[in-house]
Design a protein around this ligand. Structure first.
Ligand code: TRP
Length: 338
C-alpha cells in the first residue's frame, strides 16, 4: 500500500555530452553534485550523444566515449540502483518530442541563444540546423521526464530558460502537459576555468590539453598541470578580483576539500604560490584516484556496462513514452485503437 504521508520526491534530469574525456570542471561543476542529489531526488542522468553530433564527431571515438561516459558516471558515484542512467539515442522519444517542440519554438528565440552564436563562430564551416535547434532537443530531454530540477553549470542557464518558456507556451495552448523545470546552479565549483587562460571555462574540447585536468588523468600529469597553471605576479593566496588564476585554484581546492576561502587563505599565509599549487595538485590527484581505479575496472567489463545501458534505456523509455503519448493526444495526432 502507498504510504500517503510520504512526500513525493522531486525529479532531476541532467546530461553531459560524450564529446571528450570529462574534466575536473565537469566533475566539480556537475557530476559531484549529481551524486549528492541522489539522496533526496529521483534522478535521471543521460549521456547525450545526439547533442554531440551537432559538431562533427569521429564515429569510433563517439562510440567509445559514450560507453566511457556511462562508466564515468558510475565511477564518480552515481548509483545504478538509485538513479536511471541511459544513452539519449537509445530512447527514440527524445527525437520525436523534439520535433513537436520545435514547432512550438520561435526562430527568433533560438537566434538569441549565446551558445549557438559562440559555436557557430567556432565551427563556421559547419553551422548546421542541429546546432540551431540544439536547445529544442535539450528541452525535449528535460520535459519528457516531467523534470522539476535541472542541475547544470551557469553556461546552460539560458537553455533551461528556453525549456521553461517552451513548456509554459505548450501548457498554455494545449492545457497542462509538462512540469515547468527549474535550473539548479551550484555555487562553488560552478565554473572551474581553464588552467592556461582563467578567463575561459575549463573545457574538454580545448585544443590545449594543459588547460584542463581529466577525471582520469594520471597523478603526475594532474600535479604537473596544476603546478603550471597561469596565475598573477602577486604571491598572496587570496580570493580577490584580478586574481582569476588563484581564485580558480582556490575553487578547485575548496570543492575537493570542503574548506572555505578564508580557511584556505589562512592555511597558506606566508607561503608562496608554489606550495599552494602543490597542495591543490596533490589533493586533486588524491581525490581522483578512486574514481580512476573504478573507471578502469568498469571499462574492462563492457558487458556489464551494456547491460546497464539496456536497463537504463528501458526504464527511461517507459517514462518518456508516457509523456510523448500524452503530447500526441493533446496536439491531435490520430490515435489508433489499441
Ligand atoms: N547542453 C548540455 C551541456 O552541454 C548537455 C545537455 C543536453 C543537458 N541535454 C540536457 C543538460 C538536459 C541538462 C539537461 O552541458
Amino acid at each position: 500500500m502507498e504510504n500517503n504521508t510520504e512526500i513525493k520526491r522531486k525529479k532531476i534530469f541532467s546530461g553531459v555530452q560524450p564529446s571528450g574525456v570529462l574534466t575536473i570542471g565537469n566533475y566539480l561543476g556537475a557530476i559531484k553534485n549529481w551524486v549528492s542529489l541522489q539522496q533526496d531526488y529521483d534522478c535521471i542522468y543521460c549521456v547525450v550523444d545526439m547533442h554531440a553530433i551537432t559538431v562533427r564527431q569521429n564515429p569510433a571515438d563517439l562510440r567509445r566515449r559514450t560507453l566511457e561516459g556511462l562508466a564515468l558516471y558510475i565511477a564518480c558515484g552515481i548509483d545504478p540502483d538509485k538513479s536511471i542512467m541511459f544513452v539519449q539515442s537509445h530512447v527514440p522519444a527524445h527525437a520525436e518530442l523534439s520535433w513537436v517542440l520545435g514547432c512550438n519554438t520561435m526562430f527568433g528565440e533560438l537566434s538569441r541563444m549565446t551558445q549557438f552564436k559562440d559555436k557557430s563562430k567556432k565551427h563556421s564551416d559547419n553551422v548546421n540546423a542541429g546546432l540551431f535547434t540544439y536547445p529544442v532537443l535539450m528541452a525535449a530531454d528535460i520535459l519528457l521526464y516531467q523534470t522539476d530540477v535541472v542541475p547544470v553549470g551557469i553556461d546552460q542557464k539560458q537553455h533551461i530558460e528556453i525549456a521553461r518558456d517552451i513548456a509554459e507556451r505548450f501548457n498554455g495552448v494545449y492545457g497542462d502537459t509538462f512540469t515547468v523545470p527549474e535550473a539548479y546552479i551550484p555555487k562553488v565549483g560552478m565554473k572551474i576555468t581553464s588552467l592556461t587562460d582563467p578567463s575561459k571555462k575549463m573545457s574538454k574540447s580545448d585544443p590545449n590539453p594543459n588547460s584542463y585536468v581529466n577525471i582520469i588523468e594520471s597523478r603526475d600529469d594532474t600535479i604537473r598541470k596544476i603546478k603550471r597553471a597561469v596565475t598573477d605576479s602577486d604571491s598572496e593566496v587570496r580570493f580577490a578580483e584580478g586574481k582569476d588564476g588563484i581564485c580558480n585554484l582556490m575553487n578547485i581546492y575548496s570543492s575537493f576539500t570542503g574548506k572555505s576561502y578564508e580557511k584556505i587563505e589562512k592555511e597558506f599565509t606566508g607561503k608562496g604560490y608554489g606550495d599552494f599549487k602543490l597542495a591543490v595538485g596533490e589533493t586533486c590527484a588524491d581525490c581522483l584516484q578512486p574514481i580512476r581505479d573504478e573507471f578502469s575496472r568498469l571499462t574492462a567489463d563492457k558487458s556489464y556496462l551494456e547491460s546497464l545501458m539496456k536497463d537504463g534505456a528501458e526504464k527511461a523509455g517507459y517514462i518518456a513514452r508516457k509523456t510523448l503519448s500524452k503530447v500526441y493526444r493533446k496536439i491531435g495526432f490520430y490515435q489508433l485503437p489499441r
